[in-house]
Structure formats: C-alpha cells, structure tokens
Design a protein around this ligand. Structure first.
Ligand SMILES: *Cc1c(COP(=O)(O)O)cnc(C)c1O
Length: 419
C-alpha cells in the first residue's frame, strides 16, 4: 500500500520558501548591464576567453597591475570580465563586498586557510564540516605546521571558549553540517571570533540566499557554485566572499599566488543558472519538505534530519537565522535495519539517482552512515543513514517510489528476522 503525502501546513511551507520569494526577482538582473544610449547589448553577458591582455604601452600595463584588487583586466589567470560579473552577483547574494572565484567548491574552502593561516597558528573546525575540507586540514594544513582542532556542532559557548587558544586564527563552520545537518549557532561563533581576533569562515553552500553570513558575524563565506547556483549538474565552481577590505586583500593575494582561476564558460553557465535559482529552490524546497514530513511518518524512519523540522539538531538556530530551507536533508533509519538493508532499498529506487553532489534539478540519494569522518558522536551513527536531494520531479511520484522501497525493506526484514 502506498501511503499518500499529507498536504504541508501553509505556515510550514512558507517557512522554507519565504527567503526565495524575496530574492528571486532580484536574481534576474544581477551581474548584467542595461542598454545605454544607442548601443544594443545581449541579455546574457558573453563568455569572454583570453590569456594575454594587450596594452598600448609598458606604462599602461604596469598601471593595470595596480588594479588587481579590483576588476582590472591584467592577465587571464587574474580574472575575466565574465568572472568578475559572477563575482559581483555572488557577493550581492551573500551580502558581502568582494568575491573571488575558485575552480571548485573545495578550492573555495581551502583558499581562506591559504589566505589567513600560517605555521604555528591554530584553526578550529566544526566536526561536521564537508569531508574534503577536513581532508585538506588533515593532509595539507598539518603538513605545513598549522594546528587543527574540531569542535562538536552542539558545543556551548563555554565549551568553545575552552577550545580557543592564543594562536587561534580561524574558526571554520558549516551550517547545517555535511551529512549530519546540525545547524550551528553562527552568531555565537561570530561573537567568539570577534572577542579572540580569529576570523569566522562559514561554508554557506546549503544556505545560499537563505542565510546572510555577514549579518551573523562571519568574516568569510564559502560557496560551492557547483550546487544550486549553476543548478544543472554540469560544472564545478566555487566562490569565497568577504565583507571588508581588510579581509579582501589577503584573500585576493592568496588567490593570485595559488593560481585560482575559473573557466569563462563555467562562469557564463553559472550566471545563467542564477536566474532560475530562486524558482528552482522554491519548488524543490516545497517538495523536499513534503517528502521529509512523509518520511517522518514512516515506521522505518527513526529521525529526519531536515533543519526546518524540530527533530533536527539546531532547529532553533535555523528558525532564528534562516529565511528558508534548501532541498537537501538526511534520514536516519531505525537501528533494526542494517546498512545492507538500506543499500538494497536505495538500489531498488527508480526516480532517485545515486551519486555525489547535489543542487541540480534531479533527485539524488546517497548512503551517509557514520558520516565521512567524525571525532564526536554523530546523529549519522544512530542507524543506517542516507541523504536525499529533492529535484523538480513530482512529489507524489517521489513518495510512491520511496514507499515501494521502504515497504520492500520492511518485508525483507520480517522474512529474515533481525540481524
Ligand atoms: C559540494 C560541497 C563542496 C565542494 O564543492 P565542489 O564544487 O564539489 O568541490 C563544499 N562544501 C559543501 C558544503 C559542499 O556540499
């Protein structure tokens, strides 16, 4: 029997889409010119390719070099007109002043460490950060003599204060956490950073458009543009945004020194993706909430890790600080089921793709049991867990697919008995 999806209460639905209702119309014009005088222009700024930039004189070339903190055209590796437009658009969405593109979301996570940390200094990272960010800290930062400590996502202000050292320069947060979805008290982290002189960096990929990092005490915000901004699962790109000149100069220097470049075609596609990001997110967030509520009603499910649901760790911070939700959330199954049970269920689904990444228009599912690597106990250790990304498919069809899968998983458990 397929249990139908109950209608989502209007207030709850509004709570996940209201931010996009406000932002969506503004996305139409970000990073674009308006026609002036008698000259016509294309709606979409063209992808500008180039390496060498020619100047009329040696003096003019030297002059351009001084413009590296702005949008000056100097050399292809130091930015392109289409890249600068995308940077401008991302900085506006994030509420910052300057953005720097990076070739991937991971490169954007690494760049602030390269910009703001050095040997002998200490960085404090949320235990729930994106796995490859943690791998960068472990494999690269430690090798260069940077000390790393992880804090539990639910740490109190007092517990965090005890982890801060005189040489702490960076607090790196991601909210909600990768795979485990704990929402962090970012304003509290911002206060601690301000009191101790550290920089607070937030990976805001899940919260783009819905969480204003700089209004909540962050100095630096990171985006994987490969997700909702580009939105079509066809490119890899990242961005780092700051809100002050003091944070901008070292970031821009590090980007140039480390050769961080974004391809012009990816920039043009991402600018195009931004135009529809609001409507995509509104639709996908609404379907995701309905699917999450339906899953919560199922006997096989122990817990749904969706920041808009009270059962999600840190839900109160989401309610206070976010203006909506994205369409990515987690599910913890009852511990009576094994990982193999869940994997067999996932393999049998027909509307969910199995694969990494998210933010496209298609639904995805991924086993996340145990998280990638955690030091502190994690909600993803309570039973088999998976992560769902809800796309633009019809909600009732997705629920029917999941219902078939869960019914089959329960039936198999009854046939074989508990593990
Ligand atoms: C995907 C992701 C990244 C990395 O982005 P890529 O473009 O895939 O390198 C970083 N942070 C978060 C939270 C992500 O989900």
């Amino acid at each position: 029997m397929i249990d139908p999806m109950a209608p989502v209460p209007p207030d709850q639905l509004e709570s996940v889409v209201r931010g996009w209702r406000a932002l969506s119309p503004r996305l139409v014009s970000l990073g674009r010119d308006r026609p002036e005088g008698t000259k016509g222009i294309f709606v979409n700024p063209p992808a500008t390719r180039g390496s060498t930039v020619l100047f009329s004189s040696v003096g003019a070339m030297e002059q351009a070099g001084h413009g590296r903190y702005g949008d000056e055209l100097i050399y292809g590796a130091m930015g392109t007109p289409i890249g600068h437009r995308l940077e401008q658009a991302i900085a506006t969405i994030e509420g910052g002043t300057h953005a720097q593109l990076a070739p991937s979301g991971l490169a954007a996570c690494a760049l602030p460490f390269l910009a703001y940390a050095k040997a002998g200094e200490h960085c404090l990272l949320a235990d729930s950060v994106y796995g490859p960010t943690r791998r960068f800290a472990e494999k690269v930062l430690r090798r260069f003599g940077v000390e790393i400590t992880y804090f539990p996502p639910g740490a109190t202000e007092g517990e965090l204060r005890a982890l801060i050292q005189p040489n702490t320069r960076i607090i790196f947060a991601e909210s909600p956490g990768s795979h485990s979805f704990e929402v962090l008290d970012v304003p509290m982290l911002g206060r601690l950073a301000a009191q101790t002189g550290a920089r607070l960096i937030v990976d805001n990929t899940w919260g783009i458009g819905l969480f204003s990092p700089f209004a909540h005490g962050a100095h630096v915000s990171v985006q994987a543009l490969s997700k909702y901004p580009s939105g079509h699962s066809d490119l890899i790109l990242g961005a780092v945004t700051v809100a002050s000149e003091a944070d901008w100069r070292p970031l821009r220097d590090a980007a140039i020194q480390a050769g961080q470049v974004a391809g012009p075609d990816d920039c043009a596609l991402t600018l195009r993706g931004l135009r529809t990001m609001g409507v995509r997110q509104m639709q996908q967030a609404a379907t995701a909430l309905a699917v999450a509520l339906w899953l919560e009603s199922r006997p096989e499910v122990a817990r749904v890790l969706h920041p808009a649901l009270p059962s999600c760790p840190g839900h109160e911070y989401w309610k206070r600080d976010f203006t909506g939700a994205s369409s990515l959330f987690g599910v913890v199954f009852d511990a009576a089921f094994t990982l193999d049970d869940m994997v067999a269920m996932i393999d049998g689904l027909s509307l969910f793709g199995i694969g990494a990444s998210w933010g496209g228009y298609e639904s995805l599912i991924l086993p996340t049991t145990g998280g990638i690597s955690r030091q502190c106990p994690s909600v993803t250790q309570a039973g088999p867990t998976c992560r769902l990304h809800i796309g633009l498919e019809e909600g009732a069809a997705l629920v029917a697919d999941l219902a078939r899968g869960l019914d089959g998983m329960s039936a198999a458990r009854h046939r074989h008995g508990p593990a």
